[in-house]
Every structure is written in structure tokens, then in C-alpha cells.
Design a protein around this ligand. Structure first.
Ligand SMILES: C[S@@+](CC[C@H](N)C(=O)[O-])C[C@H]1O[C@@H](n2cnc3c(N)ncnc32)[C@H](O)[C@@H]1O
Length: 210
């Protein structure tokens, strides 16, 4: 087990993470919502669609299942929860060889960077102090695009999460990316409003390496 495995990663590897997997299902409704989401995001990449994609923290792969219908690419993922990884392989979302048992702060950056690396609802589970290392790894994994789809707050916040402290965070992740990686250019961003999407209120950004 890596030395720098955080209490948040242990939490997701353990019972809480397993229960989250049990609560999740790749239903028609869930996949439809992700299809709409990724159709909006891929519009910004239409001139040069990614041919390889890495999701950090896919859980059972709701994004990946939808993305595969919209974008013909090779898909990779990094997921710390055993149960989630088992489902990803059993459901053939990914081949086992493309799936790492690791986490954002410490995974094997692909030798050949992918065209698109992204997180969706994962940075919010990384402590503010550990965020930069996670972003460095994601940045190094991509040759072109980075997508970040997370809860937003003007100021860094720590929120109670289903009765647990220090497991849910919010901030302006878009500014965090730009401040720490100045060669990134923002191709677009959008607030996904729960009242319209059925998913949690969240904001996405699409960045391109210059
Ligand atoms: C809230 S779920 C989001 C799942 C998926 N990305 C989605 O949008 O449906 C968080 C997922 O990230 C994983 N995770 C938590 N901390 C992580 C970390 N530091 N690095 C990578 N994955 C992490 C969890 O095991 C879980 O599968």
C-alpha cells in the first residue's frame, strides 16, 4: 500500500466506498443524464476529439459508459475501490489492463499521455492540502485536454458528508487549475443545474494545454 495513502482514500476503499457502489446503478436514466452532459462537453472538442481518455475515480463508470457511445477512443481509469473496479471489468466498461488500483495522488502516469484526462465528483473528496499533487498527476497524464466536473464554491470549504467530517470539500477548482498550470487555456465551462439535469449542482471546465 502506498505510503501517502490519505484518510480520504482509505475511506473510499472501505465500507463507505462499497456502500456507495451498492447505491449506484448504471440505469437508463443515469446514463441518459451523462450522455447529455458529455454531449455538451464534447462539443468543445468537436474539431479534435480525444482518441484516448483517462478517468480518475470512475466508480462504476457512469461517465465512461456514456462517453463510449459518443466518442470512439481507448479508455483508461484509476479507481481505488475494489468493488467498483470489479464491476467495471465484469461489465466490460474497461479491460483490466486499462484499470489501475490507485488514486489521484499516486498513480502510474501513462507513458504515452492520453488526449483527455478528467475527474467528475472526485476532487471534492480530496483534501485541499493534497489537491495539487492530484492535479500534477492528472496534468502529466494528458497531452491535450483536461476536464474537471466538481462542486463549486468561491472559497475553499469543508462540508459534512453523510455524517463524516473531512470527506467532502468544495472550491473554485477552475481557478485552482489555471493558477497552478498557467499554460492551460479554458475552452469553456458551465454550471449544470440540478433543477434541469437531475444531477447534483456542479460546474465543469474544459482546459486545453497550449
Ligand atoms: C462520488 S464518486 C464519483 C464517481 C464518478 N466519477 C461519477 O462521476 O459518477 C467518487 C469516486 O472516486 C473514487 N475516489 C475517491 N477518492 C479518490 C482519489 N483520491 N483518487 C481517485 N479516485 C478516488 C471513489 O472510490 C469513487 O469511486
Amino acid at each position: 500500500m502506498p505510503q501517502n495513502e490519505t484518510e480520504q482514500v482509505k475511506f473510499w476503499r472501505g465500507d463507505f466506498g462499497d456502500t456507495y457502489v451498492d447505491r449506484n446503478a448504471a440505469s437508463h436514466a443515469e446514463i441518459s443524464m451523462r450522455l447529455s452532459l458529455w454531449a455538451r462537453i464534447f462539443e468543445l472538442m468537436a474539431a479534435d476529439m480525444p482518441k484516448s481518455v483517462l478517468e480518475v475515480g470512475p466508480n462504476i463508470g457512469l461517465n465512461l459508459r456514456a462517453m463510449k457511445m459518443l466518442c470512439d477512443a481507448e479508455y483508461f481509469a484509476v479507481e481505488p475501490n475494489d468493488k467498483a473496479r470489479k464491476i467495471l471489468i465484469e461489465d466490460e466498461v474497461l479491460p483490466a489492463a486499462n484499470l489501475q488500483n490507485a488514486f489521484a495522488g499516486d498513480f502510474v502516469v501513462p507513458e504515452t499521455p492520453v488526449d483527455l484526462a478528467f475527474t467528475s465528483g472526485v476532487m471534492i473528496h480530496i483534501h485541499h492540502d493534497d489537491l495539487l499533487q492530484a492535479c500534477k498527476n492528472i496534468y502529466a497524464s494528458s497531452s491535450k485536454y483536461i476536464v474537471c466536473y466538481e462542486y463549486f464554491s468561491d472559497q475553499p470549504e469543508t462540508i459534512q458528508y453523510r455524517g463524516h467530517g473531512d470527506k467532502l470539500f468544495k472550491r473554485d477548482y477552475g481557478s485552482f487549475w489555471l493558477e497552478n498550470f498557467p499554460d492551460l487555456r479554458c475552452l469553456g465551462y458551465r454550471f449544470e443545474w440540478q433543477a434541469m439535469t437531475g444531477m447534483d449542482n456542479a460546474t465543469w471546465w474544459v482546459f486545453e494545454k497550449r
